[in-house]
Ligand binder design. Structure first.
Ligand SMILES: *Cc1c(COP(=O)(O)O)cnc(C)c1O
Length: 378
């Protein structure tokens, strides 16, 4: 099956007891047993829930994995990945990653003796130099947030494999419609389904997808032992969102291209970050590993003061000033004070995340209206 067919059909069967076409929300904590140990595969809802199982089968199909494990948030999914490792182990992560991922690695897992370092992976040879005897996991995010850098997933996985190191790709910004890291050699794909997969800004949810059944079992064990499960209502919302994933992401990418072109030609804009430009340093890699170039666009201002950025951030009407991304509605954000405030300023500046950088999550409205809104604010 191709992508759109999988999005709508994978894992989803009409409910056998009623014929309901949509997967029911199984709002139950436990399941009756005929006799001790004699049950229908469901014992207690931390361990299994039918709404969650349908979603997990669907997600596994979208990322070409063998299994998926759903969590109560993207960061809960990250937490489970890191629990595969132990004190003294090292994670090498891209140096421009989601602020919450950085915070969990450094401030939570750092206390337990897990080491993490944040390195430049835009030149894969750099990873070869940085892998050490304690390195156990490579953490990739591409496109990165908010600088929209592109990491060559296949090249990173080749190097990691040579060293026997596992690779996890946070695929939130691309969505499974644009990019499938397991096909490029990754061991684990992570999504904050809060973003494109859910797609309607009405649920917080996360998932992991893997291609090795043994690794899937280890993660199911960690989840059941730790407990960060999503509720059935949330699983239902994500499953419903997925049915239009391909339509939403395609339109959002087309709109992002129009917005990026408009900004690039604007006299008050100093720089536009979007991997679809052939001047983007890793445009060729993006073309190879992505179906389209994504719907996130960041830009910087010629008058690069915080006050000027704040003026523009407060001046849009269709672009709502809010954290998050990937919903049908367009959002505008200020990484320095919002999503990336937990990263020290000197670390931010090292990667080009200035006080005047503005990030857009372009939605699925009419492109002309989005461009007019930005023109007015600028
Ligand atoms: C939002 C986000 C996360 C965290 O996901 P939550 O669902 O908010 O816990 C992780 N990675 C990226 C790239 C994100 O955008």
């Amino acid at each position: 099956m191709k992508f759109a067919t999988k999005a709508i059909h994978a894992g989803v069967e009409p409910d056998p007891s009623t014929g309901a076409v949509m997967t029911p929300i199984f709002q139950t904590s436990t399941y009756v047993q005929e006799a001790p140990g004699k049950h229908k595969g469901f014992e207690y809802a931390r361990t299994q829930n039918p709404t969650r199982s349908a979603l997990e089968k669907n997600l596994a199909a979208l990322e070409n994995g063998c299994d998926a494990i759903c969590f109560s948030s993207g960061l809960a999914a990250q937490d489970a990945v890191i629990k595969l490792f132990a004190s003294g182990d090292e994670i090498l992560a891209v140096n421009d990653l989601y602020g919450g991922s950085y915070r969990q690695m450094v401030r939570v897992w750092g206390q337990w003796g897990l080491k993490s370092r944040f390195i430049d992976m835009y030149n894969p040879e750099n990873l070869e130099r940085e892998i050490g005897p304690d390195t156990r996991l490579i953490w990739v995010e591409t496109p990165t947030n908010p600088m929209l850098n592109i990491v060559d997933i296949a090249a990173i996985c080749d190097i990691a494999k040579k060293h026997g190191v596992m690779v996890c790709v946070d695929n939130t910004f691309a969505s499974p419609y644009l990019q499938n890291p397991l096909d490029l050699g990754a061991d684990i794909v992570l999504h904050s389904a809060t973003k494109y997969i859910g797609g309607h800004s009405d649920v917080v949810h996360g998932c992991l997808i893997v291609k090795d059944p043994e690794l899937a079992q280890r993660i199911h064990f960690i989840q059941n032992a730790s407990g960060a499960i999503p509720g059935p209502q949330d699983c239902f919302l994500v499953l419903r969102g997925i049915k239009t994933l391909h339509l939403r992401v395609q339109r959002a990418c087309e709109n992002a291209e129009a917005v990026a072109n408009f900004l690039a030609a604007h006299p008050k804009v100093s720089k536009v970050y979007w991997p679809g430009f052939d001047t983007h340093p890793n445009h060729e890699v993006a073309k190879r590993q992505m179906r389209m170039f994504g719907a996130m666009v960041s830009f910087d201002l010629k008058d690069n003061t915080m006050e000027n950025a704040v003026r523009i951030l407060s001046g849009t009407h269709l672009f709502s000033l809010a954290e998050s991304l990937g919903g049908v509605e367009s959002l505008i954000g200020h990484p320095a004070t919002m999503t990336h405030a937990s990263i020290p300023r000197e670390e931010r500046l090292k990667v080009g995340l200035t006080d005047s950088l503005i990030r857009l999550s372009v939605g699925v409205e009419d492109a002309d209206d989005l461009v007019a809104d930005l023109a007015n604010a600028l």
